[in-house]
Design a protein around this ligand. Structure first.
Ligand SMILES: Cc1cc2nc3c(=O)[nH]c(=O)nc-3n(C[C@H](O)[C@H](O)[C@H](O)COP(=O)(O)OP(=O)(O)OC[C@H]3O[C@@H](n4cnc5c(N)ncnc54)[C@H](O)[C@@H]3O)c2cc1C
Length: 453
């Protein structure tokens, strides 16, 4: 006998929660399923725990920068204690989330959900029949197809380390590698990062500055190599890499106690047996949806968050939450809401952070836009000097004629906060003049904004 629901949501993270709660509030019979502890990646294995750790790295670095400038005595990261502090955020999440669903009258299931038909799923031994299904199954590390791949640990494992190994290698030069490399280095590990194309989605000039800074911190950063294999050698790992175009069999190696996957993530849909439900996917496994986030091939099914294939939407928590809200509206009111992905900021939580929103300089020009670009090293501005941060730059892109802000790229202290002002401007069609004429609290990093335009 199948349990019958109006809605089954697969995934209890940022993308799945809004459809579950809102449809339940409208009187629907709703179930949620997760094969991991409830709460999703951001709260348990991503953004939130990461930023607790990065906070300590930031403080340790600030203390180092201020030596001789009024501060004496170093601040050292106590990794086990920091992990305990991190767990004070993550440990309560699964129980709290599940209790929240249950109190709302939502049925909760644990285990891997698999489709057995267009409106049927099994979880463990139980069959669920659903009028609608929301796939909010998140993402997983991208398979690399290299020998020794099984030796890689995922970002999730890194965030659970009770002890930080002495030598850590990161495979891939995407944002997770950069963030963890900065953190591990501030915790005094020897760190190597190997991959092709550092932080590809971010402004090249700012990335170049951050790469230089990362190397000055002592991170061995190779950002134009292909990792070709990982071997276990005498209790350690040996990571092999080739420079693209190099001689076959040539190349170099790095040895490490731990090798972490930081080479990108893909939609986590392989276990769902989407073929059984006629749910079409793109080549990465992302659920193909129309502008209402409804499956193009099975109208009962919607998708939100990292598992959905949506052009222009970044795999970030605010996007997953936003799409969850869109799906909820469309389920309840019929297909009427679509997404607007202009002005979604993204941040690399290095120390200092790198932040971006909107278009890059090259992207704007490729689209034939007539833009003016302002870019500067701002390490000598008050906001950078006050905290003795040598790594600080910005670039803004404004459309001539309309004066609309098209893109902003920030590197330096509080970039992760200031970027939100530019995001607001882009999403609300504010002009550069609007931002210039705003009165800002002073002295703050936000009060630098008028000078960036
Ligand atoms: C290390 C790391 C750091 C990050 N940092 C940031 C950041 O700073 N800022 C930011 O905005 N974003 C960040 N992200 C990305 C962000 O976490 C994701 O975009 C967001 O969590 C996606 O939410 P979601 O609801 O789509 O999926 P998730 O939160 O991943 O939830 C999906 C859930 O579905 C479960 N599931 C999958 N398949 C099945 C199945 N067949 N049956 C049952 N359950 C299933 C999964 O196990 C998972 O628990 C980070 C990610 C990582 C990994």
């Amino acid at each position: 006998m199948a349990e019958v629901f109006d809605l089954v949501v697969i995934g209890t993270g940022a993308g799945g929660s809004a459809p579950a709660y809102r449809c339940r509030r409208a009187g629907w019979r709703v179930a949620v399923v997760d094969d991991q502890p409830y709460g999703g990646t951001c709260a348990l294995r991503g953004c939130d725990p990461k930023k607790v750790l990065v906070g300590a790295a930031d403080l340790a670095d600030w203390a180092r920068r201020m030596q001789g400038l009024g501060l004496r005595g170093e601040a050292r990261i106590d990794w086990p204690a920091l992990m305990r502090f991190k767990r004070s955020f993550t440990d309560p999440v699964p129980e709290d989330r599940e209790a929240g669903f249950r109190q709302a009258g939502i049925a909760t299931y644990h285990g891997e959900a698999r489709f057995t038909g267009p409106d049927r799923l099994v979880v463990g031994g139980e069959t669920l029949e659903a009028r609608h299904v929301v796939i909010a199954a998140g993402a997983r590390p991208r398979p690399l197809g290299i020998p020794g791949e099984e030796h890689l640990v995922a970002s999730t494992d890194f965030l659970e380390l009770d002890r930080l190994p002495d030598r850590i290698a990161f495979v891939g030069a995407a944002y997770i590698s950069f963030e963890f490399a900065h953190l591990a280095r501030r915790a005094r590990a020897q760190v190597a990062v190997m991959g092709r194309g550092a932080l590809e989605r971010f402004d090249r000039d700012l990335v170049e500055r951050l790469v230089r800074h990362t190397r000055e911190l002592g991170v061995e950063l190779r950002s134009s190599v292909d990792v070709t294999g990982i071997e276990r050698v005498a209790g350690r790992y040996r990571v092999r890499f080739d420079a693209p175009g190099g001689a076959p069999g040539g190349g170099d190696t790095v040895e490490a106690d731990l090798v972490v996957h930081g080479a990108g993530r893909i939609p986590h849909t392989e276990g769902l047996r989407l073929g059984e439900a006629n749910v079409a996917t793109d080549e990465r496994g992302g659920v193909l949806v129309n502008q209402f986030l409804q499956s193009v091939s099975n109208p009962r099914v919607y998708a939100a968050g990292d598992a959905a294939s949506v052009p222009g939407a970044l795999p970030l928590t605010p996007v997953a939450g936003y799409q969850g809200g869109i799906v909820a509206s469309n389920l309840l009111n019929g297909n009427s809401r679509t997404g607007d992905y202009r002005g979604v900021p993204s941040v690399v939580f290095t120390v200092p952070p790198l932040a971006a929103v909107g278009l890059g300089e090259a992207e704007a020009r490729e689209r034939g836009m007539d833009v003016r670009v302002k870019a500067e090293d701002i390490s000598d501005w008050y906001s950078s000097r006050r905290v003795n941060e040598p790594c600080a730059m910005y670039k803004t892109v404004v459309e001539n004629g309309t004066d609309r802000i098209v893109g902003a790229h920030l590197l330096g202290p509080y970039a992760e906060e200031v970027i939100n002002l530019f995001a607001l401007a882009i999403r609300r069609d504010l002009t550069a003049t609007d931002l210039k004429h705003q009165l800002y609290a002073y002295p703050t990093s936000a009060s630098d904004v008028p000078y960036m335009l």
